[in-house]
Design a protein around this ligand. Sequence first.
Ligand SMILES: O=C(O)/C=C/C(=O)CC(=O)CC(=O)O
Ligand code: CA
Ligand code: MG
Length: 419
Amino acid sequence: MALKSFIEVGPDSHFPIQNLPFGIFKPEPTSPPRPGVAIGDYVLDLSTISVSGLFDGPFLSGSDCFLQPNLNKFLALGRPAWKEARATLQNLLSADEAKLRDNPSLREKSLVPMSKVEMLLPIAIGDYTDFFSSMHHARNCGIMFRGPENAINPNWFQLPIAYHGRSSSIVVSGTDIIRPRGQGHPSGNSPPYFGPSRKLDFELEMAAVVGPGNELGKPVDVNEAGDHIFGLVLMNDWSARDIQAWEYVPLGPFLGKSFGTTLSPWIVTLDALEPFACDAPKQDPQPLPYLAEKISKNYDISLEVQIKPAGQEDSCVVTRSNFNHLYWTVTQQLAHHTINGCNLRPGDLLGSGTISGPEPESYGCLLELTWNGQKSLSLNGTTRKFLEDGDEVVFSGCSKGDGYKVGFGTCSGKILPSP
Ligand SMILES: O=C(O)/C=C/C(=O)CC(=O)CC(=O)O
Ligand SMILES: [Ca+2]
Ligand SMILES: [Mg+2]
């Protein structure tokens, strides 16, 4: 018999009892932020469950990790504590368990309708790194920025390329994004362009949330890297292509990226995603031994991007992709990140890179979908080359099980004009 909750959850919900993603929410605008898990159309308040003494396993009883305004303390406890929390919550929410089901006052205190809550960033993010792990994206960007002869540099096949991103401008889904101003390529002998970006884009990504982390000077073995990843979120790495193309030589992305990055509020755990694990693509050439994994895993997560122009009722799907298109795995990314001794800390974020598939309908950003503005995309009667003011970009993602889904909800943001 499939696991079932006493809370009614429809087959299309992203949040059945098989998922139980973690987030941070406020039940009322004035209440302090606290951890919760999503179950159907409700959020279960973990601070209430914790105060009621229901986390009674060896790792969590007596811990104040669910009385915090972010999940960092819980993340630092590591996989045994994460598994214990998941088992405790799956039991508490299951149809056969009376403790919460038959306690109306505890239910009233701990289950809040999702429509009423405000979601916040689930973690305090110390450091954020963005990888470049889709071969299709790397090739397409290479052709556009550097020409077809050297589309993908030989180093790309030997190591997961990345740059250090900016954590201060990471925001939760629903936060507006202000169109950045900056410099673009000069035309002819004139000075560089300066003004609002004319090539504002989204990048369809997911990001891994780091758990315990490692001590400075002590790299994480690639075969143990899975124990350092709590879960995944959806991520939009908003990108100003004109600023990026002019500034990135020779040090890489800077102001074309650092004006905003949006995360979905719910962290779906690797434990919930385990049924959707699949083989990662075969890597050729073979990676060096420190990147060679005994088991090389991806996850089958369908991803979709919609754009809703200002004043329109309906949004329009602009691309469909899948997390399983990535060439480098999250565990290889984490092992590579630490191989020089660099320490990762609880709540650090590792962006996957833009998740483009092989087909043009699966490209993960407008740069690729419109081939740097050479083509237009049609959206219910209007067209786009890059994003316009008022456009709302909505990502969604989920894995499909037998009669249920394990999903991420949405990750959205609306473009406001430059001041
Ligand atoms: O090819 C380039 O020069 C850069 C492409 C990117 O936009 C970098 C990036 O953010 C990584 C990614 O999303 O895959
Ligand atoms: Ca990116
Ligand atoms: Mg960004």
